[in-house]
Structure formats: structure tokens, C-alpha cells
Write a protein that binds this ligand. Structure first.
Ligand code: ACO
Length: 467
């Protein structure tokens, strides 16, 4: 691989130009201004068409095949931005100034260190666990280490705290030592003004979001190292978020080109509307649980093969097909069995996924590096032609982001079991941004199910039941 990121920039610029021609210019505007609730909408199975909330974080235009973060076209962000800047944009709602970005980057570097989480995580048999389960465990551990809300609520407040020696717990010896060694209980949470509670929660939320964005990468890389029978590595403060992630997995500093490609993949995976994992995060947050618990639910939802798990299946599928010459026969057999093709189709996109428009050419650029990757790519190209030819016009089935991401990750040396976790490392930016937004105007999620079961059944005691 050419050791420069200039080549990548050219590939992206060309892909963006082509995408613009095919998509047809700037994305269409969604509805503006505040909506009037309740909203009339038609709901299909799987909540298709249901409107869960208002959002200004991002917009997926499925009929046009475009994606926007906070008003910026993801194609532009891919061409010009970085994952750090995109994370700031998603969480804060605006692009940072130079000093804001530098401060945010410093925080991310600082928050890569999660020694408490790592200590506990390494006590588990991580090497035998599903990687996503280990990451979920890690984000839960981070809660114990980092929950700012807990820390701030438990912080000594002279007006509202009572020290242990005033409490009714019987003690043989009066407490002594440093002042802060005296255990203190907050007297009553209700005594704080609602305003300061809100400000505290907001600050704690942004802090937690930043910690999660940094920490999830550390956990994921550590899980990879442990699974390979190696010790986790200390983060490298000189490297960008994406470069450090690759470094912490492999122990090698990536080339500028590799670092830029990882950064691009992270930008493209950072947010994506009201998808299943984002919705799972919001549902948990809406109960006034906390950011860490919410994000760990997002990780759980992303794990499934219909969602983030699809990128692993794509590589398995391409390996199974084996050669471009086998594609047509394989596809006919698969279709006859009524089985879906991993990496194709989307609930919202009925056109080509804009993220695949960038990742496809990147995969092309990269695959010169190995024979295996070349064969996988040629097979992928053939499969794409065959599936689009059959289902594109008729059913709006095109490649989605997962179709090429696995190939890109393979070329970057990321093992297959780490594809979905790598997706989570990026998506945590979108999950946290949407949780922060939803919490500003929270209402607990509580949809209904239509009961189609029986009623008025008479209870039969165990010894009266037949058989
Ligand atoms: N291959 C073949 N046919 C497909 C595919 C596919 N990958 N996806 C959808 N279809 C067909 C279905 O068979 C169905 O046809 P029918 O109307 O004749 O019954 C029609 O398209 C609609 O399919 P649904 O399953 O109802 O679509 P839904 O919106 O529920 O699902 C999903 C979307 C889950 C992404 C689906 O397309 C799929 O399973 N794709 C494969 C897995 C995948 O790639 N997931 C990653 C999605 S992107 C992401 O989560 C990051």
C-alpha cells in the first residue's frame, strides 16, 4: 500500500464527485421547525414508518440515498473532516473552532486511559467471549469507573451532607484521619435547585459521551489483544483516535494512508438516523437510566446479523462463493432458498447507500495489497452486479454500508470478529449525541402491542390438567 494519505484523498474526492452526479446535488431538506404532536403516521411491522422523536442530529434520505450529520452532507465530511471533529459536531451540534477542537482532542486522548475498567475486564475470560459481549461488559465497567453523575452526586456538599459520625450507625471508635476520609451521605437530593441538577446532568452527559467515545476504542482494542493472547497496549497520545485504535490492536503505528482510511470508516459509521441500536440506546435513556447503560444497550442491539453483524457475514459469504465465476450459481441457489444476501438492502435506503459509495472505491484502492483481498473484491463486484440487476429496480435492494466495510477492515488487518465492534467504536458518537439530545426533552418510550391472544381462560390447577 502507498504510504501516503494523499492518494486516499483523491479516491474520496472522485467518489464524492461521482456520488453527487448520481444522487443529484445537495440532499433534499427534511421538514423544518417544531412538529405538532401527536403526529399521524402509518406504522408497519417492526415499527416501520413510526416516528419516535424529533431530532437535529442527522438525517437519512432513503429515496435520494443521502446522509446528513447536523446539516452537513456526510460526503463533504468524508472529504474534509476527521472523526474527532465529526464527534464534536454530533455531540455539540456545531463544528468546533480550532481551540475547541484541540481541547476536545486532548480530552479524548486523556479519556483513552481507563485503568479501573481494564483491571476488572482482564479478570474475565475475554478471550473466550463474543467480542461484542466483552465490549458491552467493558462499557458497563466504565460506568463504575467514570459515571460523572454518580461522582458529582456523591461529592461532598457542606450544605446537604451529613458526616458518618452524625449518622445513627453505631461506631466503636470515632472516625479520625483526613477530612475527606469521613464518609458522607447526601442528605436530600431534592434540596438542590432543579436548574443546577439540569446543568449538572448536561455537563455530566457531555463528559460521559466523550469518555465513552474514547473508552470504547480502548476496550475494543484490548479485547482484540487479549483474544490474540497478548497484553493490551497503552494508548499512544501522539496518534489520532483512528490511528491509535489501529495501533492498540496491532502494536504497529499505522501508515498515514491506513490511519486516514480508518478515520474515514469511522466518520461514515458515526451516526445513522433512528436505527435499531440508536433506538435501543434511547429507550434505555428514556427511563432516566444513564449514558453508560444506554450505550451498552446500543452495543447489544448492534451485534445482530440484521444490523451491525452483517459486515462479518459479508466476508463469510464472499469466502463461501470463492470466485467471481461462482456468483451467478450461488445467487440462484440462495434466492431459491428464500435467503437474504448479507450487505444488501436497507429499511430506509431504496437507493445506493452513500456510505458504500465511498467505502467501495476505498476497498478498490486497498485490495492491491493481498491476493485474498483481490479475489474477495472481484467476487463482491460480481455479486453487486447480479443482485442489483435482479433486485435493484424491482425492490430497491442495493449494497449497504456493510457490503464494503468488511473488505476495507480486512485490508487494514482487522480480524473478522472485530468488524462489528469496530462499527460500535464509531457509532458510539451518534448514540451518545442522540441520547444527549433526547434527554433535553425526555419522555419515556412506551409503545403498545396489539393483543391477539385469548381472554377469559379458566385457570386449571396442575393436577386437573390433561397429560
Ligand atoms: N437480499 C435479498 N432480498 C432482500 C434483502 C437482501 N439482503 N433485503 C431485503 N430483501 C427483500 C426481502 O426478501 C423482501 O422481499 P419480499 O417483499 O418479496 O418479501 C423485501 O426485500 C423487504 O425486506 P424486509 O426484510 O421486509 O426489509 P426490512 O426493512 O425489514 O429489513 C434489512 C432491512 C434488515 C437491512 C434487510 O434488508 C436485510 O436483512 N439485509 C441483510 C442484512 C444486512 O445487510 N444488514 C445490514 C443493514 S445496514 C446496517 O444495519 C448497518
Amino acid at each position: 500500500m502507498v504510504d501516503t494519505s494523499k492518494g486516499i484523498k483523491k479516491v474520496v474526492a472522485r467518489a464524492v464527485e461521482k456520488a453527487r452526479r448520481e444522487i443529484g446535488g445537495t440532499p433534499e431538506s427534511p421538514s423544518k421547525g417544531r412538529l405538532k404532536w401527536p403526529i399521524q403516521c402509518t406504522v408497519g411491522p417492526g415499527l416501520e414508518g413510526a416516528i419516535a422523536c424529533e431530532s437535529q442530529v442527522g438525517f437519512v434520505n432513503g429515496s435520494q440515498g443521502s446522509l446528513v450529520y447536523r446539516g452537513y452532507d456526510v460526503l463533504d465530511l468524508s472529504a474534509h473532516s476527521t472523526f474527532e471533529e465529526v464527534s464534536y459536531l454530533l455531540i455539540h451540534g456545531r463544528l468546533p473552532t480550532k481551540s475547541q477542537l484541540e481541547k476536545f482532542e486532548r480530552k479524548l486522548v486523556e479519556f483513552r486511559h481507563i485503568p479501573g475498567t481494564m483491571r476488572v475486564l482482564m479478570g474475565f475470560p475475554v478471550e473466550k467471549m463474543n467480542a461484542m459481549a466483552a465490549i458491552r461488559l467493558g462499557t458497563n465497567m466504565m460506568r463504575q469507573e467514570c459515571t460523572q453523575l454518580d461522582v458529582m452526586e456523591a461529592r461532598r456538599d457542606p450544605d446537604t451532607a451529613i458526616s458518618a459520625d452524625e449518622d445513627s450507625i453505631a461506631m466503636e471508635v470515632p472516625p479520625s484521619g483526613e477530612e475527606h476520609a469521613i464518609y458522607e451521605f447526601p442528605k436530600a437530593r431534592g434540596q438542590k435547585s432543579a436548574r443546577s441538577e439540569k446543568a449538572m446532568a448536561a455537563a455530566a452527559g457531555i463528559e460521559s459521551a466523550t469518555r465513552l467515545i474514547a473508552g470504547t476504542a480502548t476496550i475494543t482494542a484490548a479485547v482484540a489483544r487479549i483474544r490474540e493472547g497478548r497484553m493490551p497496549l497503552e494508548p499512544d497520545p501522539e496518534l489520532s483516535h483512528a490511528a491509535n485504535y489501529l495501533y492498540m490492536i496491532s502494536g504497529k503505528r499505522p501508515s498515514p494512508a491506513e490511519a486516514k482510511i480508518m478515520d474515514l470508516a469511522m466518520i461514515l459509521h458515526a451516526d445513522h438516523g433512528m436505527n435499531a441500536s440508536t433506538f435501543a440506546s434511547l429507550v434505555v435513556a428514556s427511563t432516566l437510566s444513564d449514558m453508560y447503560m444506554s450505550i451498552s444497550s446500543g452495543v447489544a442491539a448492534l451485534n445482530g446479523p440484521l444490523h451491525g453483524g452483517a459486515n462479518e457475514r459479508v466476508i463469510e459469504t464472499l469466502e463461501e462463493i470463492g470466485d467471481p465465476g461462482n456468483v451467478k450459481a450461488w445467487y440462484r441457489a440462495r434466492k431459491a432458498e428464500g435467503r437474504k444476501i448479507p450487505g444488501f438492502g436497507h429499511r430506509v435506503y431504496k437507493r445506493y447507500d452513500p456510505r458504500a459509495r465511498i467505502l467501495g472505491p476505498i476497498a478498490n484502492y486497498l485490495t492491491g495489497s493481498s491476493e485474498r483481498a483481490k479475489r474477495l473484491l472481484e467476487t463482491a463486484h460480481e455479486l453487486e452486479q447480479v443482485v442489483i440487476g435482479d433486485l435493484g429496480e424491482e425492490k430497491g435492494i442495493y449494497p449497504n454500508v456493510d457490503f464494503y466495510s468488511g473488505l476495507v477492515y480486512t485490508c487494514l488487518g482487522i480480524p473478522t470478529y472485530l468488524f462489528t465492534p469496530t462499527f460500535a467504536v464509531a457509532r458510539v458518537a451518534g448514540w451518545t449525541a442522540r441520547v444527549l439530545e433526547y434527554m433535553k426533552n425526555n419522555r419515556i418510550f412506551r409503545p403498545r402491542a396489539i393483543y391477539t391472544g385469548r381472554l377469559n381462560r379458566r385457570y386449571q390447577p396442575l393436577d386437573e390438567r390433561p397429560g
